[in-house]
Design a protein around this ligand. Structure first.
Ligand SMILES: [Zn+2]
Length: 352
């Protein structure tokens, strides 16, 4: 996509891709069983009289927080409060075609690492104006935990003096990166990973696959992450990559030949797999350092190396998507980091 997706837009139709994504997100959030409690709580609050002016949807990546944010927007902007989101009224239809003038979104601009102050300022001034359809105005900020300091300050002003009939929905994986002054002014809704049985049943209902358990494990129980992993090759890829990790921790492998092979086909899927793997290992290392202080120094070194792998893999993913980059050099760099990470592993841990 070449379009900037983050400037607040009013009255302009979104492109087809993002409209379809938003509709799919709403359908997902409206039916995902692990969001049932949040849907119920929000619906009751909306039909009652006490609805917050700011919501913070927090929880791990891949549990459909952003999808729930889209669903909340439909709940609040629907013309039929008693049955919202009805999907039928004029407001719901405007949202279904990506053209509701009172729904704003701010996020990462293409290639940007932070949500910019200009985006938040534009959002704040739009929220200060009257609703086009005599109802609420809704603004979604996702990922809110990636706001620059200036952007966070600009948002704080809006939170301190909210205009009437406005709703801000913030979405954050890493709520600790959000200033406490912002988090404390929002009603917080925590979204947890579903139990594995629930996640597997839901995934199988969408698509029958024998490798869902493996994908879900790599995704650390987050269903949307499991879907991303499955889309990138699933269990077969996991087998291939586990062999690679074993080889790298031992005698090694010809990294130049390996990166040549990746560059010919499947580099993006493999890089993404490494990103998920590093994220999973970081969690495991975090929990073991809490219970095994004797290994803390070794674990710290390992964690440092894993962070390097994770960040490089995430950057590589966005570079590869953009093309026009020396993919082989990129992959070689990532593999070197990966070698450091697997060899810094304190003894006794698992490779994959
Ligand atoms: Zn409606």
């Amino acid at each position: 996509m070449t379009r900037k997706t983050t400037e607040p837009k009013e009255g302009a139709a979104d492109d087809t891709d993002s409209v379809q994504l938003a509709n799919a997100a709403v359908a997902l959030a409206g039916s995902a069983p692990w969001l049932a409690g949040q849907r119920e709580q929000l619906t009751q609050a909306w039909r009652g009289t006490r609805f917050p002016h700011a919501l913070l949807l927090r929880g791990p990546a891949g549990v459909a927080k952003t999808a729930l944010a889209e669903w909340v927007a439909r709940l609040v902007l629907c013309d039929e409060r008693a049955v919202a989101p009805c999907g039928q009224c004029a407001s719901c239809q405007l949202m279904a075609v990506g053209n509701h003038p009172d729904l704003l979104r701010v996020g990462l601009e293409e290639d940007a690492r932070q949500v910019k102050i200009e985006s938040v300022r534009a959002l704040a001034s739009s929220l200060g104006m009257r609703s086009y359809r005599q109802g609420h105005k809704v603004a979604i900020v996702a990922p809110a935990d990636r706001m620059s300091t200036g952007a966070a300050n600009a948002l704080l002003k809006t939170l301190e003096e909210p205009a009437s009939e406005t709703l801000l929905v913030l979405v954050a994986d890493q709520v600790e990166r959000l200033p406490a002054t912002i988090a404390s002014r929002c009603q917080q809704l925590r979204i947890a990973r579903p139990a594995p049985e629930m996640a597997l049943a839901w995934l199988n209902a969408r698509e029958r696959r024998t490798d869902w358990p493996a994908c879900l494990e790599l995704a650390y129980g987050a269903p949307l992450r499991a879907m991303a992993i499955a889309a990138g090759g699933g269990a077969a890829l996991t087998r291939e990559m586990s062999d690679l990790l074993d080889a790298l921790s031992g005698a090694g492998r010809d990294l130049v030949a390996e990166s040549e092979r990746w560059t010919k086909s499947g580099a993006a899927e493999r890089v993404r797999w490494i990103e998920f793997w590093a994220a999973k290992r970081l969690r495991e290392a975090g929990s073991s350092s809490a219970t095994q202080p004797l290994h803390a120094v070794g674990i710290r070194r390992h964690v440092h190396a894993l962070f390097a792998v994770h960040d490089r893999a995430r950057d590589a993913t966005s570079w590869l998507q953009r093309g026009s980059v020396n993919a082989q050099l990129l992959v070689e760099g990532l593999l070197l980091d990966l070698v450091r990470a697997v060899r810094s592993r304190p003894t006794g841990g698992r490779t994959a």
